[in-house]
Design a binder for this molecule. Sequence first.
Ligand code: ZN
Length: 151
Amino acid sequence: MFDLRDLYQQVIVDHNKSPRNFGKLAGADRVAEGYNPLCGDRLKVYLRIGSDDSIEDVSFEGEGCAISMASASLMTEAIKGQPIDRFTDLLRDFQHMVTSDLAETPDERRMGKLAVLAGVREFPSRIKCATLCWHTMKAAVEGDRAVAKTE
Ligand code: ZN
């Protein structure tokens, strides 16, 4: 469907078919929901913050296009067990990557597997599909426990 490089496409297909960290997270203390009306992607992310301000555990649920699901799956893999500061850095780097000029090569050493999503730059309408999970996770990270309990 997308003219991405083969390897990139394989990773996206794989993560869409078998998303990692998919499902409700038991003991989550933060929850946030996101919606991308342009495509119809819906996500709910669950988060448990450790006492050392790390992302102790994370999961997501939802339905949407292959890009949105693969992006959420890859994001949870990338941030699980990481300090919140690392999430903030990756969010910034990810946003830069998917909106940067096509001539700019993604920094795979920095981005790891997330670099496969650089291909969305060629499809501007898909950028929101790829960034939805990051915005939703940001809301969860910044939300306080009192708010999350209303879920
Ligand atoms: Zn989408």
